[in-house]
Every structure is written in structure tokens, then in C-alpha cells.
Design a protein around this ligand. Structure first.
Ligand SMILES: Cc1cc2nc3c(=O)[nH]c(=O)nc-3n(C[C@H](O)[C@H](O)[C@H](O)COP(=O)(O)OP(=O)(O)OC[C@H]3O[C@@H](n4cnc5c(N)ncnc54)[C@H](O)[C@@H]3O)c2cc1C
Length: 298
């Protein structure tokens, strides 16, 4: 059976598969080429099946959420991206939330607010999914995903589904073993606490104001570089006078020096060239190497 016929079989079994999607329309930086296939499983059985299929057919398994931290090559991706956004249910159990990997952090935050649960406010404006946030151990304002997770349900590349703790995933600053162990995050249980809804609202509004007064509104992937032992790349980029420095249409934000923004029509290659330039410059000027936080699919 040909590859295309196999794809048709998956579609017949209810897995929605988009073909020839322009990465510019779905990635945070609005760059990149054509993605041959994007599969949107709705259930754990479907994601296990498409993962197995992708591994067997292409030797790879690329899981994505909201692509808010991911660049796609300008040549596109000639394989199957698996996207979790149709697995987005969120349930409340007392002061815990159980959510599927594709639930957006905003959706979880809205539900936590509705049920008077505090602890998720820090993540409310991070534009990712729960799966992406677990993989990245996303964080803001001094709190990280690992601080609020009770357990994470993962699928491994042998089709086994099991629960792990944040400790077992070695979650630390913008790091987890999800990628290295080739896990797909299926869902997670989040520990929260009861609180007054108006107090939660106040905190959400305060954090939203703080975020939007210090971050650019143009397309970006958030912070480009991870901290190096508490030293922030943004501080040194600014110190070197590089705010506004551009390669092609990718520019260091004038609002936040650790953001690269798309000023209109930037390519992935503009972004990568600018990050390489910044890495070299900061190493030359300060002897500091800053590792990239953003992921790259080619
Ligand atoms: C304006 C802006 C602000 C941001 N602010 C912050 C911030 O304050 N703090 C912060 O930490 N980040 C921030 N980010 C970065 C980004 O939003 C987070 O890293 C987010 O958690 C990524 O989620 P995603 O669903 O978009 O992941 P994607 O970009 O789709 O994927 C990111 C990584 O996670 C993996 N992944 C995704 N889903 C799964 C899954 N189900 N199972 C296994 N692996 C998976 C992917 O393979 C990839 O390696 C910001 C980004 C932007 C654009």
C-alpha cells in the first residue's frame, strides 16, 4: 500500500489530516515553508496510532502544540507533524485540574478562575498548550510548571502509556526529559488551591499588565535564549546596543532584547542567522554562551 493510501486509511478511521499547510499561518514567528502533513488526533488511541505510523514511515515523530516556541525550516517539513490541539479537555476534581495535552494554558487558567482555584495565574498568558509547557517546563514570574504538576501521563515510542512525576522527568529551568526520552505528553494533573475569585482576578490582571508592558506585540517565539546561570541574554544584548538590530526582517525587539520579532515577511533563516550572530557576539563580548530556548523542525 502506498504512503498516500495509508494516510487515507487513517483519515477513514477519523484522524483529521491537513495537507500542504503553510507554516507561516500556524507558527508563532509566522515563518517557514510547507508542512506535508499535520495530523490532529482526538483520542489517546488515535495519537498512539499516528505516532506509531509516523515512526514506522519516517523514523521520526514530531509532536507539536501551539507552535509558540517552534520554528519550521523555510524548506518546510516533509513528514507528519502530530498536533495535539484537538485533545483539549479540562476537568476539575476538587482542587485539582486534569487536562489533556492540547488544552491551551489560557483555557486551563480560565477554568481555574471560574472554579476559584489559584496557582495557575503565572501561566495564563503563555501562549502554549499544556503538553508544550510540560516539555519546556514553561514558567513566568518565579513559578514553573514543575511546581504545580502532580503527575503527567505520557506515551512512549513503544506505544506504552504510563504516569510520571515532574521529578522523574527531571524538570528544571526550561528543561525536561520529554524530548530526550521521546515521550508524548497525553495529559497531566495540576495541583491548585481554593481561593477567592476576585483575588485571583486581581492577580491575573496584575500579571497581564506586567507582561504586556515588557513584551513586544509583534510575532515572536518569546524568549530566544535560556538564562546562563541566572544571567539573562536580554541584559547583555541590550548592553551591547543591539536592540533593534536586524537581519533580513527578523529584528531584536526594541521592547525586550531577548525577543526576536518578525517585522513583516521574515524567514526562518533570518531568525536563525540573527540568533547565531547574537550567540557569537555575546560570547565575544562577555565570554558567555547562551543556549537557544526555541525548537527547530526541519
Ligand atoms: C509572546 C510569547 C510569550 C512567551 N512567554 C513565555 C513565558 O513567559 N514563559 C515560558 O516558559 N515560555 C514562554 N513562551 C514560549 C512558549 O509559549 C512556551 O514554551 C510554551 O510552553 C510552548 O507551548 P506550545 O504548545 O506552543 O509548544 P510548541 O512550540 O508546539 O512545542 C514546544 C516543544 O514542546 C514539545 N511538545 C509540544 N507538545 C508536546 C506534547 N504533547 N508531548 C511532548 N512534547 C510536546 C515540542 O515537540 C517542542 O519540542 C512565550 C512565547 C511567546 C510567543
Amino acid at each position: 500500500m502506498s504512503f498516500k493510501d495509508k494516510i487515507k486509511n487513517l483519515e477513514k478511521d477519523g484522524i483529521f489530516i491537513e495537507k500542504g499547510k503553510d507554516a507561516k499561518k500556524i507558527t508563532g514567528f509566522k515563518s517557514g515553508g510547507i508542512i506535508s502533513y499535520i495530523a490532529y488526533p482526538k483520542t489517546e488511541e488515535q495519537i498512539a496510532r499516528i505516532t506509531d505510523f509516523s515512526l514506522k514511515m519516517t523514523g521520526e515523530c514530531k509532536i507539536t502544540g501551539n507552535l509558540s516556541n517552534t520554528l519550521i525550516s523555510d524548506r518546510g517539513y516533509d513528514g507528519i507533524l502530530i498536533n495535539t490541539k484537538k485533545m483539549d479537555s479540562v476537568e476539575i476534581y476538587g482542587d485539582k485540574i486534569s487536562a489533556q495535552a492540547g488544552a491551551s494554558l489560557r483555557k486551563i487558567s480560565d477554568i481555574a478562575l471560574k472554579y476559584g482555584l489559584t496557582g495557575f495565574e503565572f501561566a495564563s498568558n503563555i501562549p502554549g498548550t499544556l503538553g508544550g509547557a510540560v516539555c519546556m517546563n514553561a514558567g513566568a514570574f518565579g513559578t514553573e510548571m514543575k511546581d504545580i504538576l502532580q503527575s503527567i501521563t505520557v506515551l512512549d515510542c513503544h506505544g506504552k502509556i504510563f504516569k510520571v512525576t515532574p521529578n522523574e522527568l527531571n524538570m528544571r529551568y526550561r528543561h525536561s526529559l520529554v524530548e530526550k526520552n521521546k515521550y508524548t505528553v497525553l495529559s497531566a494533573v495540576i495541583n491548585l488551591k481554593e481561593d477567592n475569585i476576585s483575588e485571583i482576578k486581581k492577580r491575573l490582571s496584575d500579571l497581564t499588565n506586567r507582561r504586556y508592558s515588557t513584551q513586544p506585540k509583534m510575532p515572536s517565539l518569546g524568549s530566544v535564549f535560556k538564562k546562563n546561570n541566572d544571567k539573562s541574554a536580554g541584559y547583555y544584548i541590550d548592553k551591547s546596543g543591539l536592540k533593534g538590530y536586524a537581519i533580513g526582517k527578523a529584528s531584536v525587539s526594541s521592547v525586550h532584547a531577548n525577543f526576536i520579532v518578525n517585522t513583516g515577511g521574515a524567514t526562518t533563516s533570518d531568525y536563525l542567522s540573527l540568533t547565531a550572530f547574537l550567540q557569537e557576539k555575546l560570547f565575544k563580548d562577555y565570554g558567555l554562551f547562551f543556549e537557544k530556548e526555541v525548537k527547530y523542525i526541519e
